[in-house]
Design a protein around this ligand. Structure first.
Ligand code: FPP
Length: 264
C-alpha cells in the first residue's frame, strides 16, 4: 500500500537511541501484522490500578499502533481483542470490556475515517451484548467504502471454533450437493475462515513475554514470523512496532524450503 513520506517522517521524528526509521527497509514492510495485545491486567496491577484501567490504557496503545501501521503502508492490521475463553473472566471485567469496545468504536470512528481504514471482525460477534453489536454494525457500514488499511479485530474469537465452523460450512455444502468432497482443499477451507479475504499474517507480535499462541489464528499463522516482547501492551508504541519489523526483516523466511544462501 502507498504511504505518505512526509507524514511517515513526522510520525517517527525524535527516535529513541536504539531504533529509528532508517533501520527499516520500507520496501519490505509486512503486508499483514497481527498483534496479541497481552499484559493489560499486569500493567495495571503493577501500578496499583484496577485491571480495567489496563484495558483503557491498552486502547490508547491500539490507537497509536493503528496510526503507525497506516503510516507504514501496512495492508492489514489485526488485533486479538477478546477470545472465546475471555468470557470466563470476572463479570465486571467482561462487562467493562464490552462497554469499552462499544465506546472506543464510537470514539475512534473519526480516526478510521481520517485514515480511510476499513474494519472487519473476526469471530462470532452475534454473541455480544446488543449495544456492542449495534455499534460494530454501524462502524462496519460507515467504513465500508474505505479503501485503505483493513483493521481486523478479533472479538469473541477462537481459532479452534473458527476451524470447526469452516468444516461445518463445507459439510453443509456437501450435504446440499453444491460441493464435492474431493474439491475441499486448502483454498476452499481458507475461504470459509473469518479471514477469507485477508492475506495470512506475515508478522505476529505478542506483548508481555508469553510464548503462547493462545488459540489465535491457528490456520493462518502456519508461516508467520513471531516476535515476542516483554513490554506490556499499554507500553507498546510506534517504536516497539518498528523494533518488531526490524526483527522480522532480519529473519530468513524459508517456508519449508532452503534459504537463498543455501541454494547458491
Ligand atoms: C489482554 O490483557 C488484553 C485483553 C483481553 C483486551 C484487549 C483489548 C483492548 C486493548 C481494547 C481493544 C478495543 C477494541 C475496540 C476492539 P490481559 O488482561 O490478558 O492482561 P494480563 O495477561 O496481564 O492479565
Amino acid at each position: 500500500m502507498e504511504f505518505d513520506e512526509t507524514k511517515l517522517r513526522d510520525h517517527f521524528a525524535e527516535p529513541p537511541s536504539d531504533i529509528s526509521l532508517a533501520d527499516i527497509d520500507l520496501a519490505r514492510i509486512p503486508r499483514h501484522i497481527s498483534c496479541i495485545m497481552d499484559g493489560n491486567g499486569r500493567w495495571a496491577t503493577s501500578r496499583g490500578l484496577a485491571r480495567t484501567e489496563g484495558h483503557k490504557a491498552g486502547i490508547v496503545s491500539l490507537r497509536e499502533i493503528i496510526t503507525t501501521a497506516v503510516r507504514l503502508g501496512v495492508d492489514v492490521l489485526s488485533a486479538y481483542a477478546f477470545s472465546t475463553e475471555n468470557w470466563n473472566r470476572p463479570q465486571y471485567e467482561v462487562d467493562t470490556l464490552m462497554y469499552l469496545f462499544a465506546k472506543t468504536f464510537i470514539d475512534e470512528l473519526p480516526l478510521l475515517h481520517r485514515e480511510n481504514a476499513r474494519v472487519e471482525f473476526l469471530g462470532d460477534i452475534s454473541a455480544l451484548p446488543t449495544r456492542t453489536r449495534d455499534v460494530f454494525a454501524r462502524g462496519l457500514e460507515e467504513c465500508a467504502d474505505h479503501t485503505g488499511m483493513v483493521l481486523a479485530l478479533a472479538v469473541n474469537y477462537g481459532a479452534r471454533a473458527e476451524i470447526a465452523r469452516a468444516a461445518r460450512l463445507l459439510a453443509q455444502e456437501v450435504a446440499a450437493g453444491s460441493l464435492a468432497p474431493e474439491d475441499i482443499d486448502e483454498r476452499a477451507f481458507a475461504g470459509k475462515l473469518y479471514t477469507a479475504d485477508l492475506p495470512d499474517p506475515e508478522l505476529v507480535v505478542r506483548t508481555s513475554g508469553e510464548m503462547r499462541v493462545s488459540n489465535y489464528l491457528l490456520w493462518q499463522v502456519a508461516y508467520s514470523e513471531f516476535y515476542v516482547t516483554d513490554t506490556y501492551w499499554p507500553d507498546f508504541d510506534r517504536w516497539g512496532l518498528l523494533r518488531a519489523i526490524r526483527a522480522f526483516q532480519n529473519r530468513d523466511r524459508r517456508f519449508g524450503g532452503l534459504s537463498q544462501s543455501a541454494k547458491a
